[in-house]
Design a protein around this ligand. Structure first.
Ligand SMILES: [Zn+2]
Length: 517
């Protein structure tokens, strides 16, 4: 075993090499997402490959330290060794495979970014499709829009399969059964425990979801005069959210509003300043730009360079999304800058999703709507909003179970020729959505996460659970009232949740911040 001083020296030297390349990768990612050009794509691939090269040497040494980490007295050094080990382990493999994965992921990203479905002979983006599915009463238009939302699947299917095969190759070389198991292990998640949580959620939600779906179906059948509810009668391409309650027009609260201003005011109230992030962000849609929303932290130098990409429209969906992405942003912004480089980051994807989900959900909360959006005519909507929140949770959980189960099977055998059927079997069983008769399309590949954010969806599920636990703790023990109206909540989050960064295992952060132990 090397001495702590030797390990520290290695880490410092490594940080110097990693920092500029890591930053270049993030810059390239931003460039690609905001321009969609071929040049940006090539730069992202180049930077990604350069980044991977950094992990070619030193793995054996780092693994040795990791295996004997208990002998290290400093908890901070021990944690750095753990984080470093996982970072190295995630990038081991032959150069050819690693490079090919880099290339394919960039290609997939470009396809999702540039693809436009066709509705009534016109190329449409995801915002237009979402709008049709949310609002239109025209059944045949809805069907066209839904089908258009899936056409990207065919274009990207082979890329996704090849990515799965290559990821599996790397996983098996490292002694895992497949990429699914390797990815979970490298995310410090116990596959068996996650499996248990997911199957418990499946059985706990089965009956209430069926009841909800029956109720929805009755309403949708009446609305569309349909004998059976088909996927295009639902209000988004994958049934990730419950359809609009016609009596509850949440969009009306945002129609003439500046969503940036509402976002700023919400975070101001928590004592969390988002002006710096906003100034660096790219918030409105245009051609060639990535159609989704995300938050990106570029480099780890203080002051942190954090940016949000969005495609704002003045509606409830984008209000939720803005609050969500800026939740990620305030977390990134408030990681203690005095932490060592490799710990100067979020504790875990599920902890940052927890914050983002807790913030995003405010957009449908009566108290927030009154205080921040100045809504005075909520009368009667409280109950509907509460029902909506409950429906949101149920519908999302069932959808997340589809992705979770599908990916596990995909990685168990990416070459099976019945993936299309498997997808619809899961959608039918878990979401109770009818498969259009005779449909045999790679609809699973139309979901961007399956291609470029593999084995990720459970983080949203864990994020929901953590978010509920954290909010409960905040309001019971810290603010004694709505957390979003109180600067003390912001200070508490900075100290207990954001500040510690990756200094400890994410479970410890959650348990400590919610005092659940
Ligand atoms: Zn998020």
């Amino acid at each position: 075993m090397s001495s702590p001083a030797e390990i520290e020296a290695f880490i410092l030297g490594f940080e110097e090499r990693v920092a500029p390349v890591e930053k270049a990768v993030k810059e390239a990612w931003w460039k690609l997402a905001t321009t969609g050009t071929e040049e940006a794509r090539a730069e992202l691939v180049r930077a990604g490959m350069e980044y991977n090269r950094l992990f070619e040497d030193g793995y054996e040494k780092v693994r040795g330290w990791y295996e004997e980490r208990d002998a290290l007295e400093s908890p901070l050094l021990r944690r750095q060794v753990e984080v470093l080990y996982r970072t190295f382990a995630g990038r081991q493999g032959d150069e050819e495979t690693l490079d090919r994965i880099e290339e394919l992921e960039a290609r997939a990203n470009a396809i999702y970014g540039n693809h436009r479905g066709v509705v009534r002979d016109e190329a449409v983006g995801e915002n237009e499709i979402r709008e049709i599915l949310r609002l239109s009463d025209d059944g045949s238009l809805r069907r066209e829009a839904w089908e258009a939302s899936k056409t990207v699947g065919r274009e990207v299917e082979e890329t996704v399969r090849e990515l799965a095969r290559l990821r599996n190759r790397l996983a098996r070389e490292a002694g895992y059964p497949d990429h699914f198991h390797r990815a979970l292990d490298l995310q410090e998640i116990d596959a068996g425990e996650l499996e248990r949580i997911m199957s418990e959620l499946e059985s706990a939600t089965a009956a209430p979801f069926r009841e909800l779906k029956d109720d929805l179906d009755a309403k949708l059948e009446a609305r569309f005069g349909a004998k059976a509810v088909m996927p295009w009668h639902l209000s988004d391409p994958f049934f990730q959210e419950p359809p609009e309650d016609a009596a509850l027009d949440v969009d009306r609260h945002f129609r003439d509003r500046d969503l940036r201003e509402l976002t700023r005011r919400t975070y101001d109230s928590l004592g969390l300043d988002v002006r710096g992030v906003m100034a660096k962000s790219d918030l409105y849609g245009r051609d060639g730009k990535n159609q989704h929303a995300f938050c990106l932290s570029v480099g780890r130098e203080y002051p942190y360079d954090v940016r949000v990409l969005a495609n704002i429209r003045p509606d409830a969906y984008w209000m939720n999304t803005m609050l969500h992405e800026f939740g990620h942003a305030v977390y990134d912004r408030h990681v203690n800058p005095r932490l060592p480089y490799f710990l100067r980051t979020i504790a875990h994807t599920c902890t940052t999703e927890a914050i983002a989900l807790m913030m995003g959900s405010l957009s449908e909360e009566p108290g927030w709507l009154r205080t921040f959006a100045g809504v005075s005519d909520l009368d009667g909507d409280e109950e509907r909003l509460a029902a909506r929140r409950r429906a949101d949770g149920l519908v999302f959980t069932r959808w997340a179970l589809v992705v979770f189960n599908f990916e596990r099977e995909l990685y168990a055998d990416p070459d099976r020729d019945d993936l299309n059927e498997l997808w619809w079997e899961l959608v039918g069983r878990l979401q109770l959505v009818n498969q259009p008769p005779g449909r045999d399309e790679p609809d699973w590949a139309a979901k961007i996460h399956v291609a470029v954010a593999p084995v990720y969806y459970h983080n949203y599920v864990l994020g929901h659970l953590i978010s509920a636990q954290l909010r409960n703790h905040l309001e019971k023990h810290v603010t004694h009232g709505p957390f979003y109206e109180n600067e003390v909540a912001g200070r508490y989050l900075i100290e207990s949740f954001f500040g510690p960064g990756a200094r400890e295992n994410w479970r410890d952060t959650v348990l400590r911040a919610t005092e659940s132990r």
